[in-house]
Design a protein around this ligand. Sequence first.
Ligand SMILES: Nc1ncnc2c1ncn2[C@@H]1O[C@H](COP(=O)(O)OP(=O)(O)OP(=O)(O)O)[C@@H](O)[C@H]1O
Ligand SMILES: [Mg+2]
Length: 362
Amino acid sequence: MIPHDPDQPQIDPKRVVLDGRERELFEMIAGSGYVPDEQNFSDFCESLKSGRAWLISGTRGSGKTAFPEALASACNLTMCVVAGRDGLKQEEILYDWDREEQEVWMRENLAIAKGLPASDQPEFLENARRMKWQRQFLILGEVGAAYDFAARAADSEAPPPVLLLDESDKFGASIEDSLLMPLERGLIYIPRYERGFIGISDWPRRPIVITTSNDLRNKLSAPFVSRHVFSSFATPSLEKELEILAARNPDATSGQLALSIKLLDAVRGVAGLEDHPSVRESIDMSSAFARDSVDDLDTRTLRKYFCHFVKSASSQELLRLQEDYLVSLATTFHPIVDTWLGTRDPEWARRWNLSFDPDITI
Ligand SMILES: Nc1ncnc2c1ncn2[C@@H]1O[C@H](COP(=O)(O)OP(=O)(O)OP(=O)(O)O)[C@@H](O)[C@H]1O
Ligand SMILES: [Mg+2]
């Protein structure tokens, strides 16, 4: 669990959206450096309003994990994270009993019972056995902790936590099944537990659950998917990608942004390449260019940065044959990229003789 900052105010995104202030939430998330897609954000608001979990599927590097992180940071919310992997067990994510502590408890009580009159011992031990299933012996996993936190937050009128179920396609059927009840009822039933369950059924008070999937490992079960509102994160347009690069690398110059995005756009267009670089790689490229103050590209410089976006031997081999082509595309005019940059940077507009600003004399 990643706790919120207790010294900073918290914002309840469900409240904001239910009050009709969706734009405000959009701006808050954008203010944290994340560039939300309008349609995806609208889907997210639907999930907040309905109380349903939000399932995001999409290609790698499309911002699935970064969205809940940006939300938690923008609203100062506690975040619980389950990272999907093979062999994940229910007791790791929901709850488990601390058997060692329970044994110690029973041993201590047996010792106490021995000192009591024989007639009092049965009732004393029965009580001790019942108390073995108290909250103090319960170990909560991240999902259990999120639902428990939400119930406690509701008591103090605090916002619910964000629960990120990351890469859920790696969970497997038994974990998906174990999540059906909390996703539907907001509750996790615990056999023998003195209170019977943890969590909260009130929809607006439940954790804000965001589930991501790359659709790679396993197909998610229909009942699991049906408990979510669904969005698909598409690869962003070049304009959107530029927005993301600029937000993630505020120190990069227009030249560095242009070089990195034109270069990766050219790489994506190379026929026969198995694995196309994603937004993750273009952010890395622009930050490397900014860090090393690279403002122009030749084949020698290009080779130095290959490792950031070509990640297999066969792709490296293929792209090495195209170095001159890549350098030329990365350094010549690109109507979408240079127009986008020119509208924000008058110097850039002058460089490419772009005239959409009346103040610019060309
Ligand atoms: N819309 C966006 N706004 C700002 N940054 C973004 C956006 N989309 C992606 N990024 C950045 O791109 C990188 C990759 O994003 P993220 O890790 O969220 O991808 P992902 O979809 O979870 O990928 P994977 O499936 O590989 O886990 C991160 O540095 C993230 O901050
Ligand atoms: Mg991810």
